[in-house]
Structures are given as structure tokens and as C-alpha cells.
Design a protein around this ligand. Structure first.
Ligand code: ADP
Ligand code: MG
Length: 509
């Protein structure tokens, strides 16, 4: 029997079948590589210009200047992605939307999932306090606008464990997380596809264009905000984007504004950070939210997901003022809590999905999950810690944070658990099986660095839009996609956080 390589079999040590399919771990790209040097030197400047001139830009932290945009890093070619898996996650998205919506409205579940976390994680505790305050006062706006993004990576699955991993291409999608706040790349997703359409055209490969799926993420997400604005029902009211003090990922945000203007020239968008809202925001007696004289119909949070965005109590007061108001929020506080990593881990427990979905639906969604483990104090958590310390390379350790760059990997996990293993501090974290996506080859195009062929892995984000309250769901749909790719040697892939680069999918059968 062949030796099983722990690096290839996703923890299925000892199962020969897991390693036999090792060859499937490299996906074939959209065209044979490498490209001749003369083609690269002709195509890269064209692709860079296309990216810059179509808003694939960012402001960079190290050279921040609001007057200067730099090209966002991107991959020269679209990355291969199996059509079967793409179609599967697209079809599942309305169910993921419903799942998140129902979790957000299940007080008992949220309370029991988060009760230990909020004792040790101050940030989640603050969110929880706002949630409870609004709940006790009586909610003024029972509708939520869900603009969610479910992120998945391909993995070889647990070879032989389900029908998906027994049929070609022998990979399946596993969910990394569901984002319920500030799910970015509604613009960057589609624009990456259009860079690749252009590049394939310039490479004189128009016959490949049908492998690139259409992507209406920007129109759909903005359409969701417009629907919420209509439901709010005041023609004079505006949409407010809650923004960071300094916005690096400016193109992605501004294009949302421009798209709203394109679809509805009569709707105005304003942008404010939490400090400005704390100074200039008021609630009327009937709970309308007024900022600098404008009534706010819809609040779209592009900030507020990390502790550093709340400088003082003032910003927390601003968040509470927004939650108390009858503006329709994306996300409402309960949606924000439903998107925490601790909740994700509790939902992945055996049988819990059935609390929110029909048995048949739960089975479909459950196939997306990979192992998630609680570190709460007690024998179950002790076992998990032992397992993680024995094999740290098999896992990712996650705090309750968003935005990239917060997780721990490998030896870092071991060192950290050694420190916290006997304290409640461990309850602020969850452990997750490390997903090992198949590699492929692509050219990273990044300003100021040489373009070279690299081994890369991708993460697909599927957007969903939902509007509803506890009793009724008025809109629920799939809303486009995005793909981020990183060097296979990197742990994390956030583009804004500096780890990954823009990409798009090239579907193959
Ligand atoms: P964040 O909220 O910071 O985006 P994520 O859970 O998405 O947190 O993790 C950030 C990144 O870390 C992901 O985009 C992915 O590249 C990597 N990552 C997270 N979880 C896993 C996992 N289970 N297996 C492999 N990589 C992961
Ligand atoms: Mg993420």
C-alpha cells in the first residue's frame, strides 16, 4: 500500500485513496504555459493599462496619497475552476442566504453560540451589547438587507467520502467563511473578468471567451441596496456608506456609488465614517436617522468590522444610533453576529443545520462544510487542543476578526495554544481544518515587480442578496461572484490586506 503523504490527503491519513489522486492537485490552466517572453512583454503592459483604465486600482498604505491610484495586483490569466463546482455553489447561494437570515433571527441560538466568546472577546461583546440593547428597546426596523459573500476553496475533499469527490474532476468546494459585513469586490470581481476577456482577446483566443461566466455582482449588490431604499419608502432619503477613515480599496466602493447612480439617478449616496456619524448623526422621535440634514434610508457598512475602526466610545455610540434607527441596515447587528466565526463553528456541529433548513437542504449545504472545532473550556475543547498541537499543519486557528491577516497557522498555533490552553482566552478562537486547494500556474502582475510564473491557489466568493424580516423573505438571490488568488506559499489571500491578487474563473468541464 502506498505511503500516505499528510500534506496531500487532507487529514485522511492512512487512506490510500486519498493519496492516489495526488495528480489531481494541479489544475491545468486555460492555455499552455509558460508563454514566450515576447508575448509576455507585449501583453503585460496592455493588461496593466486595461486594469488601470477600468478601475482595478487601489491606494496603497506605504505610499498613501489620495490623488494617486495604483494598479491593484492581478493575475494575467483567468484561473481554471471546475464548472460542476461553480454551478453547485452558485445554486446553493440562496440557501446560504436563508441560513444566515435564520441564524440572525434565532436569539436562543446566537446566545448559546456566543455566550463564552463574549466573556473573553471584547469586540464581539460590544456587538452583543448593542444587539441586546436594541432588542430590549424594541427593534425599529425589522427588515435586514443581507449582502453576503460565501467564500469557498476547492479541495480534494475526503477522498471517497461523497459522490462529489468520486466523480471528475475529483475536487469539491469547501466553505472558508460567510461574510455578512463589508463583503467587498462587487466591482473588483466583474472587472477582473473583463481584464481577462481583454487579455484572451489580445492573445487571439476568442474561442476561449465562453469559459468566462458572466458576472453581475456590482449591478446585483447595488440593486439590493436600491430595493431596500424603495421599501423604506421616502423619495428624499439617501443611502449612506459607512466607511473607514482612510479608504484604500476606493475603486470597489466608488463603483458601487456610480452603479447606484447609473441605475437610479434620483438616489443620492453619502459616505461617512463612524466618528462623523457620532458627531452629526441624530435620531428623530420616530427613529428616523438624520445625518447632516439627510434622512438615511439604507446604511451600507464598509467599515465597523474590526476593533481599530472604533477609536473610542463615540464610534460605538454611532453604531448604536444606527442600530436604533429605522434605516435598513446591511448588515443589521444580528446579521453581523451571525457572520462571526464562532457562529460558523457552532452551525457546523452535527445536526445543527437542520434547525434552520429542511433535511434535504441541510444535506446540500453541509457538503460545503469542513471540520470546525470549538476551543471552549471543557473536555471537548481539551481534545481539540491536543489534536491541534499534535498536528498544527492540518489546521487554521481563527479569532473573531474579519478583514484578513488575523489567523494563525502551523507552529504559531502550537506556540499560541501552549500559552492559552488553560485559560478562558482560548474561547475567543475557533479551530478549522486547513483546506488544501489544488495548485495551478499563473503570472502575478503587480506594480514595480517583475512578472513571473508562479504556483497559485484560488478562493471563490459567491455573493447573495436577501431582504426580509423574521417572518417574510422578500428578495433572495445569487448576486455574482469574485475570485482571489494567492501564491500557494502564502497563508492568506486578502487583496486589500496585501496578500492576494484579483483573478477570475475559467470554467472547465
Ligand atoms: P477573514 O475574515 O479575515 O477574511 P477568513 O476565515 O476568510 O478570515 O481567513 C482569511 C484567509 O485565510 C482566507 O481568505 C484564506 O486564504 C485563509 N484561510 C482561512 N481559512 C482557511 C482554511 N480553513 N483553510 C485554508 N486557508 C484558509
Ligand atoms: Mg475571508
Amino acid at each position: 500500500m502506498a505511503e500516505c503523504d499528510p500534506a496531500c490527503c487532507d487529514g485522511n491519513f492512512g487512506k490510500q485513496s486519498a493519496c492516489e489522486e495526488k495528480t489531481t492537485r494541479v489544475l491545468e490552466g486555460c492555455i499552455p504555459l509558460p508563454l514566450p517572453d515576447e508575448i509576455i512583454s507585449e501583453i503585460v503592459p496592455k493588461a496593466k493599462d486595461y486594469a488601470l483604465l477600468h478601475g482595478a486600482g487601489m491606494r496603497f498604505k506605504d505610499t498613501y496619497n489620495p490623488d494617486i491610484l495604483q494598479m491593484a495586483p492581478f493575475f494575467l490569466l483567468p484561473s481554471a475552476f471546475p464548472r460542476r463546482e461553480f454551478d453547485r455553489v452558485v445554486k446553493l447561494q440562496p440557501l446560504i442566504n436563508i441560513l444566515m437570515h435564520r441564524i440572525a433571527h434565532d436569539h436562543e441560538f446566537l446566545e448559546s453560540a456566543l455566550k463564552n466568546t463574549i466573556r473573553v472577546d471584547d469586540f464581539t461583546a460590544k456587538l452583543w451589547e448593542i444587539y441586546l440593547t436594541v432588542r430590549e428597546e424594541g427593534v425599529s426596523q425589522d427588515l435586514s438587507l443581507g449582502l453576503v459573500r460565501s467564500d469557498v476553496m476547492l479541495t480534494k475533499c475526503h477522498a471517497g467520502c461523497c459522490e462529489l469527490c468520486q466523480t471528475p474532476p475529483y475536487v469539491t468546494g469547501h466553505q472558508v467563511e460567510v461574510n455578512t459585513i463589508a463583503s467587498g469586490f462587487g466591482h473588483m470581481g466583474p472587472i477582473s473578468g473583463s481584464i481577462h476577456r481583454y487579455v484572451l482577446g489580445e492573445l487571439r483566443k476568442p474561442e476561449l471567451l465562453h469559459h468566462l461566466p458572466e458576472n453581475n455582482a456590482l449591478a446585483e449588490l447595488c440593486g439590493g441596496m436600491i430595493s431596500a431604499w424603495e421599501i423604506y419608502g421616502n423619495k428624499k432619503a439617501v443611502i449612506m456608506f459607512v466607511i473607514e477613515d482612510v479608504t484604500y480599496n476606493i475603486c470597489d466602493q466608488r463603483f458601487h456609488e456610480y452603479e447606484i447612480r447609473r441605475q437610479r439617478p434620483d438616489i443620492h449616496v453619502i459616505r461617512r465614517n463612524l466618528t462623523q456619524i457620532s458627531k452629526n448623526g441624530k435620531l428623530t422621535n420616530d427613529k428616523r436617522l438624520i445625518i447632516d440634514g439627510d434622512e438615511i434610508a439604507v446604511v451600507y457598512f464598509r467599515a465597523g468590522y474590526e476593533p481599530g475602526q472604533y477609536h473610542s466610545e463615540k464610534e460605538w455610540e454611532a453604531r448604536l444610533t444606527i442600530e436604533r434607527s429605522k434605516a435598513i441596515k446591511s448588515p443589521s447587528i444580528q446579521y453581523h453576529l451571525a457572520g462571526t466565526k464562532k457562529v460558523q463553528q457552532e452551525v457546523a456541529r452535527l445536526g445543527v443545520l437542520q434547525r434552520f433548513l429542511l433535511e434535504s437542504e441541510a444535506n446540500l449545504v453541509g457538503q460545503l462544510f469542513t471540520g470546525l472545532y470549538s476551543l471552549d473550556l471543557g473536555p471537548e475543547g481539551d481534545e481539540v487542543i491536543k489534536m491541534a498541537m499534535e498536528n498544527p499543519d492540518r489546521f487554521v486557528l481563527k479569532p473573531q476578526r474579519e478583514g484578513g491577516g488575523n489567523n494563525m497557522y502551523g507552529d504559531e498555533i502550537k506556540e499560541f495554544l501552549e500559552k492559552v490552553k488553560d485559560t478562558p482566552a482560548r474561547e475567543a478562537y475557533i479551530l478549522m481544518d486547513k483546506i488544501r486547494p489544488p495548485m495551478q500556474h499563473n503570472y502575478l502582475v503587480r506594480g514595480g515587480t517583475e512578472v513571473k510564473l508562479s504556483e497559485v491557489v484560488s478562493e471563490l466568493g459567491i455573493f447573495g442578496v436577501l431582504i426580509g424580516n423574521e417572518k417574510e423573505i422578500m428578495i433572495n438571490k445569487f448576486a455574482g461572484h469574485m475570485l482571489r488568488t494567492k501564491l500557494s506559499s502564502a497563508n492568506e489571500g486578502g487583496v486589500a490586506a496585501g496578500f492576494g491578487a484579483l483573478d477570475s474563473v475559467f470554467l472547465f468541464d
